[in-house]
Design a binder for this molecule. Structure first.
Ligand SMILES: [Zn+2]
Length: 431
């Protein structure tokens, strides 16, 4: 696939170079020194380093959905306006007929590749597909977080944050061959070490994570949740709770949550979900939403059912954030990536603007990312993504193996991080 993209990229680029032989096109084959020399001869530096031109820009953080250009200078968004001249920019990303968004934010992934057995490498699955910022949801606990910071967060191109697992071992015990989770022995749930590790790493850790399924916590779920509650309260950060197939019923779990907490796997088709036996949204779930508890999708290999989402949507219960729960068990289906997950919500009737809001502005409100995350406001760090909205038909599959006919599909075409184009973009780049 990357080979194909590579080829495609060069094909497009060659077309542009042969079609438009003018000064900016020639400059790209010279060295950086020659470029600045030419600029000097031309009578001054260009105003912008990069121009994302001709796309439909959707940025819910500033209620923007319009055909405008995005100009970037020194890694920051410098200007958003219609018809910014190409001659003002050193490099142009041609986004005509494309959707341009802030770099997407996925609040539930597993990228502790090599330590948590289900972990995946972040870059080919996240930033290469339009997701510039991710939150690893509990792959690391207090004992394994220093390694996560050193060998993942500091090394990869994707901006990686974490929710620290209340179990000191994180998700290192759990694999398909050893499906026994981190809270089966409650002695591994250690609020003191969790609090200490968070206090030392507030730049990376944005909250506490706990998984409550029977194969992770057994009958310990409510006691473990109490310990996670204690840690989250002590550091003043939100708690993300993984539901579905729990020993205790959901209302007992929700009763322990507070404003700002997140419930992930909200459309699970398993026992312990948000619907009662007659497919009505539980009153406890409505109360939780009224109290400012956020529903997060966390699609995953077993945690997103079209049926549950359809029933909930019909009763007005939409998610606060849309996340993928990407890990080894689902990158080859049914999740694939965040863009595919978003396409499923387009099918469910959510507008493109409201889908994008749930992976940009809403995550930025839910967790304490640096300001400007999930936004293209002037002055923000210039993280952006370019997508094609391709018309189907294509077959979508959920975690239960149920299929739906998709009409629209978002396809990642290019990613910009801090003003630099990441990897081999599929859309033409020239300059
Ligand atoms: Zn997960």
């Amino acid at each position: 696939m990357s080979h194909h993209h590579h080829h495609h990229h060069h094909h497009n680029r060659r077309q542009f170079l042969t079609r438009s032989i003018f000064l900016p096109s020639l400059i790209c084959s010279f060295s950086a020194n020659a470029e600045s020399l030419l600029d000097a001869q031309a009578g001054g530096a260009r105003t912008y380093d990069l121009l994302i031109r001709g796309g439909r820009v959707i940025d819910p953080s500033q209620s923007l959905a319009a055909d405008v250009d995005v100009a970037i200078r020194q890694g920051k968004i410098a200007r958003i306006a219609a018809n910014i001249a190409e001659s003002e920019a050193a490099q142009v990303l041609d986004a005509r007929r494309m959707i341009v968004t802030p770099g997407l934010v996925d609040v539930h992934v597993h990228v502790y590749d090599g330590v948590a057995p289900l972990g995946i490498p972040a870059d080919p699955n996240c930033i290469a597909k339009g997701v510039t910022t991710v939150v690893d949801a509990g792959s690391a606990g207090a004992h394994t977080f220093p390694g996560f910071k050193q060998y993942v967060v500091r090394v990869v191109d994707t901006r990686v944050y974490a929710l620290l697992n209340i179990s000191v071992v994180g998700q290192s015990t759990f694999s398909n061959g050893n499906p026994f989770g981190e809270l089966l022995d409650l002695r591994y749930a250690n609020p003191n070490l969790t609090i200490k590790m968070i206090e030392q790493n507030r730049d990376v850790i944005l909250g506490v994570k706990i998984r409550l399924s029977k194969n992770v916590a057994g009958e310990n779920d409510l006691r473990a949740l109490g310990l996670a509650r204690e840690a989250a309260d002590a550091v003043g950060l939100p708690l993300m709770v993984h539901i579905g197939n729990t020993y205790s019923p959901l209302p007992k779990i929700l009763a322990m949550l507070k404003t700002g907490d997140l419930v992930t796997h909200c459309y699970t088709g398993r026992e312990g979900g948000i619907l009662d036996e007659r497919d009505r949204v539980l009153p406890d779930v409505r109360r939780a939403i009224e109290n400012g508890i956020l529903l997060d999708v966390g699609h995953g290999v077993g945690s997103f059912a079209f049926r549950t989402a359809e029933k909930a949507f019909a009763q007005g219960v939409l998610p606060g954030t849309i996340s993928s729960d990407l890990h080894q068990g689902n990158i080859n289906g049914p999740v694939y990536d965040l863009a595919t997950t978003l396409s499923k919500f387009l099918h469910l009737g959510v507008s493109l603007e409201e889908v994008i809001r749930r992976v940009t502005a809403n995550p930025a409100k839910a967790l304490a990312f640096p300001s400007g995350t999930g936004s293209l406001k002037v002055g923000s760090i210039a993280d952006a993504a370019v997508f094609e909205l391709r018309e189907g038909p294509w077959e979508m599959v959920d975690s239960m193996g149920e299929k739906r006919p998709g009409k629209w599909r978002l396809r990642p075409m290019a990613t910009v991080k801090a003003g630099h184009i990441y990897g081999n973009s599929v859309v033409p780049v020239y300059g």
